[in-house]
Write a protein that binds this ligand. Structure first.
Ligand code: NAD
Length: 407
């Protein structure tokens, strides 16, 4: 099953079989509050006009304003955005931050646009959405292919449209325009705190062999943080291919290689392999950090990791989840593993609303406390319900959302 929203609903139905959520609540939480589709006209550099399709799905705001990133990708569509918005509602509840769930996107390959076209597209998205987003309504952020600079353009466009210059409408901004210390590395850093809280409980060694799919924002920072903590990155990939070295790779050198050539492929500190083989390398921890639907029914039997740690959103399908659970391979679910990103985004929103600027040490101290607490809570729930970590995380998130809706 590869429709991400159908996967999300299948996860919901699996998790709620274990408990007694009222059917009315489950029916309600299976449908987003609002789905918005917009046409964004952009004057291209060659003088022609091109219209791009953009989206915002506002899933649930019982616990606070909708919150979630904006994805630019040629394959992005409303079904994908809907699934990502649903996961955001659960993720914010798992992280126990005062936010609901939303997500946005544009069907576009941003690599085919000039910088001027990209700015026009981004400002066009915000102009069209400026009446439905806002610090108390819906607070977007970066996701795949959207950057701090794009967030700055969007914050500026929102200020022009509404007069609100607090910047609190959008997070992941550059530091100079109200961004938070630590936001760039927050997803990977938060993931690492979750990993450390669960490492021993999941039977992992002190020094792990780690494979990372995707060397973008989440993946490259994860490579840096895990390797500096004494783990070995034995393979990694991007959309062009993969590299591996069973002795571990020099991540700073790999980062320089990627910066110079645009890809991890050809890195001299490792052997270049076919990207499709990356997931099946032997390792202690496999970190999918690219796109959804990577570990599926047809390939899950080839996974050789001891633990799958989902920094990407939705990388494992429900059928693959069952196979991995059956083989005693724990999956640390996305809504816990990558929730550090939205947590620091929420810190940024809070700082903007209060006119404050917190130090990186303050940000990470708060983040660590929150991630450890929620990771331990989800582990205990999985033990008490005798189930996997994803179902346990879903149950905790749904209980929190249901309580808020009831109140
Ligand atoms: P990004 O665009 O910075 O990086 C994505 C990386 O994946 C790139 O290196 C790209 O080349 C690679 N990739 C694409 N297709 C691939 C394929 N088929 N095989 C291997 N690699 C491939 O995006 P990101 O921000 O790092 O996001 C990655 C994942 O993490 C997404 O699922 C995103 O939703 C999730 N996530 C990101 C954040 C964040 O703060 N960046 C927060 C939470 C979740």
């Amino acid at each position: 099953m590869n429709n991400p929203f159908q996967n999300a609903l299948a996860q919901l139905s699996r998790a709620t079989r274990l408990t007694s959520f009222p059917p009315d609540f489950l029916e309600r939480i299976s449908h987003p509050d609002r789905q918005i589709r917009i046409s964004i006209p952009v004057k291209m550099d060659d003088g022609s006009l091109k219209v791009f399709e953009g989206y915002r799905v506002q899933f649930n705001n019982a616990r606070g304003p909708y919150k979630g990133g904006i994805r630019y990708h040629q394959d992005t569509d409303i079904e994908e955005v809907k699934a990502l918005a649903f996961w955001m509602a659960l993720k914010c509840a798992v992280a126990n931050i005062p936010m609901g769930g939303g997500k946005g996107g544009v069907t576009v390959n941003p690599k085919e646009l000039s910088k001027r076209e990209l700015e026009a597209l981004s400002r066009g998205w915000m102009r069209a959405m400026s009446d439905v987003v806002g610090p108390q309504k819906d607070v977007p952020a970066p996701d795949v292919n959207t950057t701090p600079e794009i967030m700055a353009w969007m914050a500026d466009e929102f200020a022009k449209a509404t007069g609100d210059t607090t910047g609190a409408v959008i997070t992941g901004k550059p530091l100079e325009v109200g961004g938070s210390e630590g936001r760039g590395t927050a997803t990977a850093q938060g993931g690492f705190y979750v990993f450390e809280a669960l490492q021993e409980k999941l039977g992992l060694p002190t020094s792990c062999r780690v494979v990372i799919q995707g060397f973008g924002n989440a993946g490259e920072h994860a490579a840096d943080i895990w390797s500096k903590a004494g783990h070995k990155i034995v393979a990694t990939s991007d959309s062009k291919g993969a590299v591996r070295n069973p002795n571990g790779m020099d991540i700073a050198a790999l980062y320089d290689h990627k910066k110079a050539t645009g890809s991890v492929v050809g890195f001299v500190g490792g052997e270049t392999i076919d990207g499709t083989e990356l997931l099946f390398q032997e390792c202690d921890v496999l970190i999918p950090a690219a796109l959804e639907n990577q570990i599926r029914e047809d390939n899950a039997s080839r996974i050789q990791a001891k633990v799958v740690f989902e920094l990407a959103n939705g990388p494992t399908t429900p059928e693959a989840d069952d196979q991995l659970f059956g083989r005693d391979i724990p999956v640390v679910p996305d809504i816990l593993a990558n929730s550090g990103g939205v947590t620091v985004s929420t810190f940024e929103w809070e700082q903007n609303l209060k006119g404050e600027h917190w130090s990186e040490a303050d940000v990470f101290t708060k983040l660590k406390d929150m991630m450890e607490k929620e990771a331990n809570g989800i582990f205990e729930k999985s033990v008490s319900l005798k189930t996997d970590l994803r179902r346990a995380a879903f149950v905790i998130a749904l209980e929190r959302i249901q309580n808020a809706m009831k109140l």
